[in-house]
Write a protein that binds this ligand. Structure first.
Ligand code: NAD
Length: 474
């Protein structure tokens, strides 16, 4: 078994001197694939210093240089898409077809689309006697989770590099291997040394050095609300810029008169995508009481179509959860929901029939969930959909908004206009109307405890820029 014992700084692979060896586990086979040596505080400071030095020239680089680099990185990743897919599948367990379509294609698109956004990006404007410009924020510490690992990395690294910032990335310790391939892509694309650096380790231990280094200007974090709170507190001491993409508990509302079949199918698919490990998953389905029985039946039928199995197998639609810890956590949520009165319509706590290995949880639909039940308020991060009845539309809106989160949502109505009227009252960063597609150029991010800051498109680039004005003589 090959072990990874290096970190990447100043364009070089250097020996890690951290004292932890973190196992990377295949969630389907439950076998250790490899281990990653953690980066010591000295390693992290080496990476920070590399980013700090590289910022001096990269912040002054031409827009054309940045566009060319982003396009080259996209091309290198494209050339390696099969390998990338297999690596991400081995760390995460998402079925191969979806891994290629989502986990691989979307980061490639992010590098390409960011290059395209740069072509038309407005860097300065004249306001009275002032020239108002956007300048790069500086050195960025990026910390990312495991659920869409390379997508979440690309959503930070591509716009940071595009804006003229330099980066130190600390990927999730659960899925670190795809980040190594990205560092290699930077090398192959001929990136200037030090603009992208990579360190490893558990969050809290890396954070202590990385996030408090005075040379780090901005922290861009995607992960749990719990970790986000701790990062925000630590950033306060030096007034570092913070961007937080955190958890969610998103609701889909089916209005009376909507296409029940289409709405139910789409919501179950959203909830079970990546085995429910999606921050913007629609995990609560709000249904008018008169439509409830029909929707419950349709949801169960749709859940049955999620064939569980080997992620390498073409017919598998539901892979394992990422880890044993996650599997146990999700099972506990299901047990607790039933204890609080929810009705188990399909799935449940026990190991799916015929499954002998892998961190699987059966696709689970819970009926008659009450808005105040734990499963309706907390992020489960597993294939568990809660059906909640409402009596009138105002009540549905209140239920949808009655969580600490505000990441996403969906509204289904007889017409898009009717659905949009309701969507305007949903306190969340993105709301899909009648099943409309995800847009890679629209801002992605949360209200309330889902965080602040926006990723993707031109909005993502803006997050890494400071406004500055030059007052010019007449
Ligand atoms: P996590 O918060 O445990 O870990 C995320 C990253 O933060 C990892 O790299 C981890 O090592 C690091 N980390 C953990 N504790 C830290 C600390 N105290 N200080 C600094 N870094 C720390 O989350 P996870 O389990 O990897 O990911 C799942 C969570 O991420 C879910 O809550 C999900 O909703 C959220 N998420 C949000 C978005 C979004 O865009 N809003 C996208 C994907 C995932």
């Amino acid at each position: 078994m090959q072990q990874h014992t290096q970190f990447y700084a100043n364009g070089q692979w250097l020996s890690s001197t951290g004292n932890e060896h973190i196992d990377v586990i295949n969630p389907f086979t439950e076998e250790v694939i490899t281990s990653i040596q953690s980066s010591s505080p000295e390693d992290i400071l080496t990476a920070v210093e590399a980013a700090h030095q590289a910022f001096k020239s990269w912040s002054q680089s031409s827009i054309k240089t940045r566009i060319d680099l982003l396009k080259k990185i996209a091309q290198v990743l494209k050339d390696q898409q099969e390998e990338l897919g297999k690596v991400i599948l081995s760390e995460l367990g998402m079925p191969l077809k979806m891994t290629l379509r989502v986990q691989v294609a979307s980061p490639i698109a992010t590098f390409e689309l960011t290059a395209k956004e740069l072509e038309g990006f407005i860097w300065e404007e004249q306001i009275g006697n002032s020239k108002v410009v956007r300048e790069p924020s500086g050195v960025v510490a990026a910390i990312t989770p495991w659920n869409y690992p390379l997508h979440q990395i690309a959503a930070k690294v591509a716009p940071a590099i595009a804006s003229g910032c330099t980066v130190i990335l600390k990927p999730s310790e659960v899925t670190p291997l795809n980040a190594i391939l990205l560092a290699k892509a930077f090398e192959l694309a001929g990136a200037p040394a030090g603009i992208f650096n990579l360190v490893f380790g558990y969050g809290a231990s890396v954070a202590e050095t990385l996030l408090t280094a005075p040379e780090v200007d901005l922290i861009s974090f995607t992960g749990s609300t719990r970790a986000g709170k701790s990062i925000m507190a630590s950033a306060a001491n030096q007034i570092k810029r913070v961007r937080l993409e955190l958890g969610g508990k998103s609701a889909a509302i089916i209005l009376p008169g909507a296409d029940l079949q289409k709405a139910t199918k789409a919501t179950v698919n959203s909830c079970f995508m990546n085995s429910g490990q999606t921050c913007s998953a629609l995990t609560r389905l709000l249904v008018h009481e008169k439509d409830y029985e029909a929707v419950a039946e349709m949801a169960v039928t749709q859940a049955r179509s999620f064939t569980l199995g080997d992620p390498m197998n073409e017919s598998t639609r539901l892979g394992p959860l990422v880890s044993k810890v996650q599997q146990e956590r999700v099972r506990e949520f299901i047990g607790q929901a039933i204890a609080q009165g929810a009705q188990l319509l399909i799935g449940g706590q026990s190991m799916p029939e015929g499954v002998v290995k892998g961190f699987f949880v059966s696709p689970t639909i819970l009926g008659n969930v009450l808005p105040e039940n734990t499963v309706a308020k907390e992020e489960v991060f597993g294939p568990v959909l809660s059906l909640i009845k409402y009596q009138d539309v105002d009540q549905a809106i209140d239920i949808a908004n009655n969580t600490n989160y505000g990441l996403a949502g969906a509204v289904w109505g007889a017409s898009s206009d009717e659905a949009l009227t309701v969507a305007k009252k949903i306190r969340a960063g993105q709301v899909d109307i009648n099943g409309a597609n995800f847009n890679m150029l629209a801002p992605f991010g949360g209200f309330k405890q889902s965080g602040f800051g926006r990723e993707l498109g031109k909005f993502g680039i803006d997050e890494f820029l400071e406004l500055k004005s030059y007052q010019m003589p007449a």
